[in-house]
Design a protein around this ligand. Sequence first.
Ligand code: NAD
Length: 294
Amino acid sequence: MASIAFIGLGNMGNPMAANLVKAGHTVLGFDLVTENLETATRNGVTVMASAAAAVKDADVVITMLPAGKHVLSVYADIAAKARKGALLIDSSTIDVESARKAHDIASEHGLLSIDAPVSGGVGGAEAGTLTFMAGGSADAFARASPILEPMAGRVVHCGDGGAGQAAKICNNMILGISMIAVGEAFVLAEKLGLSHQALFDVASTSSGQCWSLTSYCPVPGPVPASPANRDYKPGFAAALMLKDLKLAQEAAQSAGAATPLGAEATQLYTLFNAMGHEGSDFSGIINFLRGKQS
Ligand code: NAD
């Protein structure tokens, strides 16, 4: 069993750390928010006074932070204080450029590192069924895999440093675009007098089939577990969808990739968020599309 420093014990970090404790690891946690530290203590995490104190004797350091600037500032703080040979795993969703800089900081200090963002949300973090998308060397990935296992349904090695973040934002760009496409189809069906169930029965077994339709249907009824059946409570909040779409746009601009639908999805989610729906599930965009009807 390993000694694991866990930095960033928010909505995702706390349940992830709890699953590491349940698997028998020693987890040394740090966060800036007292309430999150109290939850961590209840989950069996040993709370430390600072990130530096948490990493001092740890074999592995996991970060689960809001954005690239937080990851880079924590890495700058801890890299020189981490144990020789420690492995750094960043599971935050951040921009590819910052992810690569984080790998550089680690390697300058002789530490192994992977970027390993997740999909599956808070539900997946609690159930230990997250999908991890990992970027880094084969050695780093081999060491990280058994550590990730108690938190994971699936772990995919996507390539070198930054490849995990690249996979995450490409996947979530598909998700944002496809949710808008499915929402538009239901709104058109309503205008044409076609029932939600009839469109679902046809499209879910035809060429329009996709996850946004069959697992996360944005109208109540056809998929009972989808957020549409509970007044669009998340799930996956619209604010996080917008964050990921913006990261995809940033990456597309710096890599010179054409992503016109990604750009349009970013605009629509920007408007949806600005109307006060940051905390709604992202599938609630269908109500915004319906509101735009003439
Ligand atoms: P959160 O805001 O609940 O948690 C982030 C935590 O980091 C906070 O508790 C904050 O206090 C802490 N933090 C910030 N700076 C710190 C520092 N310098 N030292 C220690 N702690 C610090 O966010 P979350 O929902 O847990 O998401 C974390 C990451 O996971 C984000 O990058 C997010 O995009 C990604 N993610 C979230 C979800 C989701 O459904 N919530 C799903 C997939 C990926």
